[in-house]
Design a protein around this ligand. Structure first.
Ligand code: GLA
Length: 422
């Protein structure tokens, strides 16, 4: 065999082994995860209640099908002496994890779990290093549908070549024969999207989100250039949602939460709710429910073309410092984002007109802004006629030629539109 042929054979074998060709997550996964609201304060009652609520509230019908347990579910002091398997916490998960997945499946939803590629998880529970197949087999036996694998407490070899170790888990999951969404949570290695997309169904692109506007903005900025890496089956993961999350007395305002959700849907992000679903039907949570179940916003996220939204242009006027504060008398800071869609027609698009303003919404140097999008920025002819539908007000705004200018957009808010070229 000549050297070219052997190289070809070697590289195709390599690709075959690494590709996470599991057929799942053809659109971004949607569900709930315990971490953002509850951290380690989890048990089987919370999970059972959440399964009940995600179904009875209508969230599952809106698309949220995964109920994912994050860190702190296992017995902290070690594995089973004989089998080396992970053990569910005997007090907090006394009925085991399999009983939860059976319950979830009986209700028509799915169960996800959490592990770590290193010695221990980020909260210090047993990690999966050197136990990849054992853990994959355990998860498959428990009929788990989604695995988030974290990146804490790793030896140098994993730090240096993380793709090898995440690749082991990818292969181990494939070997079980059970379709399991594989969510890579390696937030740290540079340019992880270049290898993670061959191994996992999603990969965290950034450090942990927290309940703050600054965190949401920083993640948006770090995902600005990552659109080439998303496609059906593999997604950039800008981390889970903070819509309706209240932690240490902090929460996003309604405008900020709407902006956060709008951008996440446009960016083809996995939509993993972080809020307490036991409260989702309280009257003061109606706005949260309405944001999370907006049909058009979800339809953008779930469009089969899997195209991740791009930043089309930014309008910055005045002198703005690194933290986003205005250093001149007045400032403007707006952004326009967009993406193609295949529904309802092949000539459909979505766009976000975002009044980013300054970090502090009370800063009077920034004001409401009318924002314009030109159809040519989305690749349509500059004189195209386009029907515009407002996603948040659910109103048909009519047909516009060449461009569309919004009514004044409040600070930290968006106008989110669906477009159909006529
Ligand atoms: C890391 C992850 C978080 C969460 C915690 C759990 O920080 O990025 O999403 O899973 O670990 O300890």
């Amino acid at each position: 065999m000549n050297s070219f042929l052997s190289l070809l054979l070697f590289s195709s074998l390599f690709i075959l082994t690494l590709s996470h060709n599991n057929g799942v997550a053809r659109t971004p996964p949607m569900g709930w995860n315990s971490w953002n609201q509850f951290a380690c304060n989890i048990d089987q009652d919370l999970l059972t209640d959440t399964i009940d609520q995600i179904v009875s509230s209508g969230l599952a019908d809106a698309g949220y099908k995964f109920v994912n347990i994050d860190d702190c579910w296992s017995y902290k002091n070690g594995r089973d002496n004989k089998t080396n398997e992970l053990i569910p916490d005997p007090v907090r998960f006394s009925r085991g994890i399999h009983s939860l997945s059976k319950y979830a499946h009986s209700k028509g939803v799915k169960l996800g779990i959490y592990g770590d590629v290193g010695f221990t998880t980020c909260a210090g529970y047993p990690g999966t290093l050197d136990h990849f197949q054992t853990d994959a087999d355990t998860f498959a036996r428990w009929e788990i549908d989604y695995l988030k694998l974290d990146f804490c407490d790793i030896p140098k070899k994993v730090q240096d070549e993380p793709w090898i170790y995440f690749g082991y888990m990818s292969e181990a999951l494939n070997k079980t024969g059970r379709p399991i969404v594989f969510s890579i949570c390696a937030w740290q290695p540079k340019e992880m999207y270049k290898w993670a997309r061959k191994i996992g169904n999603s990969w965290r692109t950034t450090d942990d989100i927290n309940v703050s506007w600054q965190s949401v903005l920083s993640i948006i900025d770090q995902n600005r250039e990552l659109y080439p890496y998303a496609e059906p089956g593999s997604w950039n993961d800008p981390d889970m949602l903070e819509v309706g999350v209240v932690r240490d007395g902090r929460s996003l305002s309604q405008n900020q939460a709407r902006t956060h959700f709008s951008l996440w849907t446009l960016l083809s992000a996995p939509l993993l709710l972080g809020n307490d679903l036991r409260k989702i039907r309280d009257p003061d949570q109606k706005w949260v429910f309405d944001i999370l179940t907006n049909r058009d916003a979800i339809a953008v996220n779930q469009d089969p073309n899997g195209a991740q939204g791009r930043s089309l242009y930014q309008n910055i006027q005045g002198k703005i410092d690194r933290d986003g504060n205005c250093e001149s008398k007045n400032c403007t800071r707006t952004e326009v984002w967009g993406r193609p869609l295949t529904r309802p027609t092949k000539q459909s698009y979505a766009a976000i007109l975002f009044n980013r303003a300054g970090p502090n919404v009370d800063d009077e140097k920034f004001t409401q802004e009318k924002i314009t999008i030109r159809w040519s920025s989305l690749g349509m002819p500059s004189d195209a006629k386009v029907r515009v539908k407002d996603i948040w007000s659910n109103k048909d705004l009519g047909v516009y030629q060449g461009s569309f200018t919004s009514e004044p957009v409040e600070k930290h808010n968006v106008v989110y539109i669906r477009l159909e070229q006529q």
